[in-house]
Design a protein around this ligand. Sequence first.
Ligand code: CUA
Length: 181
Amino acid sequence: MQDIAWITSLILMAVVAVAFLWVAAGASKPDGDAGGIARSGFQWRARLFWIVIAAGGVISLVTLWDWPIAGHATAANRPDAVVRAVGHQWRWELDRDTVKVGELVEFQITASDVNHGFAIYKDKKHMVAQAQAMPGYVNKLQVRFIEPGEYEVLCLEYCGLAHHGMRAVIKVVEHVHEPYR
Ligand code: CUA
C-alpha cells in the first residue's frame, strides 16, 4: 500500500511538473499571445488543483481504510478486561499488569499532573497502540493482544526531566491462574 501511494504521488508530482514546464515554455515565447497563454495556464492550474484534491481524497481513503493501529475501530465494544492507567511524573501506575491473549482489553488512561503519551510497544520498534494521558480526562483505548509476551509501555510525550524513564510492562499470557478481575 505504501508503494502504491508512493508511486501515485510520484506520478502526480510528474504531472504537476510537466504542467508547470508547459506553462513556463509557453510564457517564454517572444511573439506568443501572452493573454491566451496565461488564460489557458490558469485553466490548467484550476483543473490540476481539483485533480490533485480529488486524488488526495481517494489516496487518503484507500491508505487509511485499514487503520494500522489496533483498537480504534472497536472502541465502542464491550471489553473483556479493563486496565486503569495513570501517568505521573515520572512513572506509570497500572491497576493490573497481566492480561490474556485474545481478550479485548480496555485501557482507561489519564494523568495526575501533566500530559503524557501512553504507548504500548511489542518490541522497541513496533508500536501496538497509543493514546494521550491527560489530567481531567479518561481516554479509552481498546486493544486485543494477539501474541503472548511482555509489552512495554513508554511515554510518547515529553513531560519533563525523567520522561524517558516512564516505563511499565504489561504481561500478555495464555492463561491467568490467579483471579484477577
Ligand atoms: Cu510522561 Cu513523557
